[in-house]
Design a protein around this ligand. Structure first.
Ligand code: HEC
Length: 170
């Protein structure tokens, strides 16, 4: 009896954590370079050897400008690049004092879906946003811990869990 109860509990845990952790509902955003707008490109602020380029939809940019909620279904794409380094491994700065893009490393994606937040435990919840990360060729990088993404974006409740909301609104 006890064994059976434990088995049921374990099964329940596996199913529920897969439902929220596996992140398959955020799919590779094919054609984002043509269908979305590149609204900001910058040296990453929390990673000192990376450069990032950000894309989202016209509708999301319009909502940000109007001070409204970003619509359900919105996809935000972040292209992450390694910064160019010299032969000693030091990041090179251009004459403008900016990093330069080297290897295209990953595509980090946020997508918002109606009611998505409900399936994510409160301590990792970012409103109705969820996260995924892909290789530049579009394969899901399934080993990445998406709770790290969730934990870092979570405190930004005032800006809809986006670091770059003000830039969307420009
Ligand atoms: C340590 C904090 C941190 C972690 C972890 C993190 N991010 Fe971010 N993210 C940022 C910052 C800061 C920005 C703004 C651009 C920059 O400076 O890199 C950002 C920007 C973004 C954006 C553009 C929208 C926005 O918020 O401005 C997306 C999409 C994104 N991250 C996805 C992800 C995904 C997917 C993961 C996990 C694989 C992740 N992030 C993990 C800090 C983090």
């Amino acid at each position: 009896m006890i064994k059976k109860a434990i088995a049921i509990v374990l099964l329940g845990l596996t199913v529920s954590s897969a439902a929220f952790a596996d992140g398959e509902r955020v799919t590779y955003p094919k054609d984002y370079r043509t269908s979305l707008e590149n609204y900001l490109s910058l040296d990453r602020t929390m990673n000192d050897d990376q450069v990032i380029r950000l894309f989202t939809s016209k509708e999301a940019l319009a909502a940000a400008k109007a001070g409204e909620k970003i619509p359900d279904g919105t996809v935000v794409v972040a292209e992450v690049y390694k910064a160019k380094k010299d032969k000693d491994g030091k990041v090179i700065e251009s004459a403008l004092g900016r990093r330069m893009r080297d290897k295209f490393a990953a595509i980090a994606v946020m997508k918002k879906g109606a009611g998505w937040g409900k399936t994510i435990p409160e301590e990792f919840r970012n409103g109705d946003w969820d996260f995924a990360v892909f290789s530049p060729a579009g394969e899901r990088l399934a080993k990445k811990d998406l709770n790290k993404c969730r934990s870092c974006h979570m405190p930004l409740a005032d800006t809809q869990h986006l670091f770059s909301l003000e830039h969307m609104a420009q």
